[in-house]
Design a protein around this ligand. Sequence first.
Ligand SMILES: NC(=O)c1ccc[n+]([C@@H]2O[C@H](COP(=O)([O-])OP(=O)(O)OC[C@H]3O[C@@H](n4cnc5c(N)ncnc54)[C@H](O)[C@@H]3O)[C@@H](O)[C@H]2O)c1
Length: 348
Amino acid sequence: MPKKRCLMIGAGGMAGGWIRNFYPRYNDRHEIVGLVDVNREVLDSTGDFLNLAPNRRFTDMKTAFDTIEADYCTIVIPPAYHIDAVMLAVEKKIDILSEKPIADTWDACVDIYRAVKQTDIRMLVIQNYRYSRRMLTMRNVLRNGTLGRINYIMGRFAADYRKYGSWGAFRHEIPHSLLVEGAVHHFDMLRNLSGGNCRTIGGWEWNTPWSSFKGECCAMYVMEMTNGVKASYEGSGTAAAMQNSWHQEYYRVECEDGAVAIGRDGVTRLYRHTAGKGITIEDVTPIIPEHDGHQWLINEFLTWLEGGPTPDTVIDDNIKSVAMVFGAIEASRTHQMVDVEAMVAAIA
Ligand SMILES: NC(=O)c1ccc[n+]([C@@H]2O[C@H](COP(=O)([O-])OP(=O)(O)OC[C@H]3O[C@@H](n4cnc5c(N)ncnc54)[C@H](O)[C@@H]3O)[C@@H](O)[C@H]2O)c1
C-alpha cells in the first residue's frame, strides 16, 4: 500500500512532539511531504529534522495547500487557527487529523462540522487521554460490569499555572482558557467513562484576582448524561495545593456494587463496602495498549485511510464533547442549565 502523504500544519510546540516522538513509528505507512509554521526558525529546525526540501517548507498555509499534493493534513496549531486549516483542507478535499479542540468558538466548530460533512472528507479529532494505559484500564472496569451500573462520576483537574507562560503563553491570553484548552479533554473523558452523552450542563467558569490568566482558569460544573448518569467537574489552572495535572487527573466513579478511582499515582483501584466487614481496596491490573495516547489515534487514523474501521473520536462524535465546553461557557454566562443535546441536534 502506498504511503499516505501528510501536510503537517505546525512545526513547534506540540507539533514538534508529534514530528519527533509520535510520528516516526509510522514512517512505513505515511510521510510528511510538506510543513507549515509561521515561525521561520521553528519551521527550519523541524524541516531539517525531517530532511525536508526547502520548497516544502511554508510560513503560509494557503501556499502550502496550493503547492503540496497530500492525502491528508495534520493540524497542531493553536485552536483559533484550526478553522483556517480545515477550510483549506475542505477546499482541496483532503482528510484531516486535528488536535483538540475542534475550534476556539462554537460558531467555528459548527462551520467546521458542516463543511467537513458536506464535502464528505474524513476528520478525526485527538482525544489521547481516552487511550492512555490508565484510562483504558479504568474504562474497562466500567464496561465489563465488575461494579454493576454507574451511579455518578467525579472528575478533577488541578494544575499550578500561577506563573505566566507555564501553560504555553497563548493559554494565558485567550478567553475561557481552562474550558477551551483543558476541560475539553475532561468533558470528553466524562462521556467516555459514563458511556453517555451530555444532556444538560450547569455551573461556572471564572478567573481569580491573583491569576496569571486573562481568561477564565477555574471551573465547576454538574452534568446529566443521556443515560441518566450524573457527573461533576472541578478544574483549576491556578492550583496552589494538591495537583491533578495532565496524566494525573482524578476520576472516581460510584457504581451499584462499589467505586473505581484513579489519581496521581495512576493506579486504578476498586473500593467495595460490605456491611459488617468494612471497605476492601483492590488494585486493577493495567491494560497495556500496543499504541498509547496519540499513537493510538495515529494508528487508527492511518488504518481508517487504508480502508479500516471508523475510529470513535471522529468529528460526528467529538462535536458532542466540544459542545459541552461551549454549553458550559453559556451556562456560566446566563446562570442557567444549558441543553447540550439540543445544541448538537440543532447543527445536524
Ligand atoms: N492532546 C494534547 O495532549 C495536547 C497537548 C498540547 C497541545 N495540544 C493542542 O495542540 C495545538 C497546538 O498547541 P501548542 O501548545 O503546540 O501551541 P503553540 O503555541 O506551541 O503553537 C504550535 C506551533 O504552531 C505555530 N503556529 C501558530 N499559529 C500558526 C498559524 N496560523 N499557522 C501556522 N503555524 C502556526 C507556532 O509558531 C508553533 O510553532 C492546540 O490545538 C492544543 O490544544 C494538545
